[in-house]
Design a protein around this ligand. Structure first.
Ligand code: UDP
Length: 328
């Protein structure tokens, strides 16, 4: 049986494809290459270029490759973009997933692992946030993922689909062996932006908001290494294959760092200084969000290996330097 990875040419998806290949699984990738990069797909892994919303295409891939599991990464993921382009986010994240689910049901796919987000929680005063906390997204991005979670639960109930929803906190870092990393052009995520500033791709970076109700006034996030996140997916896969119940699980380490702390860590790892300009708040940002991690440890035998901010930053920086060398 084969695993379909949507968004397998993207940042997290490409790490997943490598991990599945390393484990000897049969993998096929669907990616529209809007942000993904073809060159990160390992040799021998079939790549279909197209949208998850194309039911004719997805149904034929699922049938042809006898797919029994879908790991669904393909999505738009930038919070402020979702504020300015909500319809694009509801189309790509919600409506296209509905189409993918229709093909999955029609072709008898058994397992569906879904990339959700901590953005479904919104502004939480409870820290860390458990999976059962109220869901009040502050951005169309969060809402688009929450709507998909709801749809997935209904489809699971009606059609017996086995599902794990993984709510990602802030994913960063790169493959420790240097095989892949975040290559997305125009990336906006904090550690990526800081790493680009270190290698001179940007003259300076910006800090969005210094007046949040947090210890140093900047937003606090729970940064998780991409390789540990991918390991959580492998646990989810084993869980479903072993007949585990459908579940929703936070993916983070349970401790938060402020934007200023992250920038300090990047400067330390780089051994250089760079300019970080203080600017106003960015729309859609909750002040602080840290994962409650009881469930991930109770449900999975998940052993995070890179749960240290300095390691995450060092790997992100190594990948950025690699990209810089390749382009010069
Ligand atoms: N951030 C920042 N400068 C940047 C990018 C991000 O100050 O160039 C802040 C952002 O406002 C948020 C935090 O860093 O408070 C994490 O943002 P990111 O885009 O990495 O992830 P998100 O939490 O939005 O998914």
């Amino acid at each position: 049986m084969t695993i379909l990875v949507t968004g397998g040419a993207g940042y997290i998806g490409s790490h997943m494809v490598l991990a599945l290949r390393d484990a000897g699984e049969d993998v096929v990738v669907l990616d529209n290459l809007s942000t993904g990069v073809k060159s990160v797909i390992p040799e021998g892994v079939p790549l279909y270029v197209g949208d998850t919303g194309n039911e004719t295409l997805t149904a034929s891939i699922l049938k042809w490759h006898k797919v029994d599991t879908i790991i669904h990464f393909a999505a738009s993921v930038v919070v402020p973009d979702s504020v300015s382009n909500p319809l694009g986010y509801y189309k790509n994240n919600t409506s296209n997933t509905r189409s993918l689910l229709a093909s999955a049901v029609a072709t008898g796919v058994e397992n569906f692992i879904f990339s959700s987000t901590a953005a479904v929680y919104g502004d939480v005063d409870m820290k860390p946030v458990s999976e059962d906390s109220p869901l009040r997204p502050m951005s169309p991005y969060g809402t688009s993922k929450l709507m998909t979670e709801t749809m997935l639960a209904d489809v699971a109930y009606a059609h017996g689909l086995h599902t794990v929803v993984l709510r990602y906190f802030n994913v960063a870092g790169a493959d420790p062996q240097g095989r892949t990393g975040q290559s997305t052009p125009g990336a906006t995520h904090l550690i990526k932006v800081a790493a680009e500033t270190v290698v001179g791709k940007r003259p300076y970076m910006q800090i969005y908001g210094t007046d949040y109700p947090t210890p140093d006034g900047t937003c606090v996030r729970d940064y998780i290494h991409v390789t540990d996140l991918v390991a959580a997916h492998s646990c989810a896969l084993n869980h479903l294959r072993d007949g585990g119940a459908n579940t929703t699980v936070n993916c983070g380490y349970g401790r938060g760092y402020s934007v200023l702390e992250v920038i300090d860590a990047v400067k330390r790892a780089a051994g250089t200084d760079f300019e970080a300009r203080l600017t106003g708040r960015r729309p859609g940002d909750p002040p602080s969000i840290v994962a409650g991690v009881d469930r991930i440890h109770e449900t999975f035998s998940w052993q995070p290996r890179y749960g240290n901010l300095d390691t995450i930053v060092a790997h992100a920086l190594a990948w950025e330097r690699h990209l810089r060398e390749k382009s010069s």
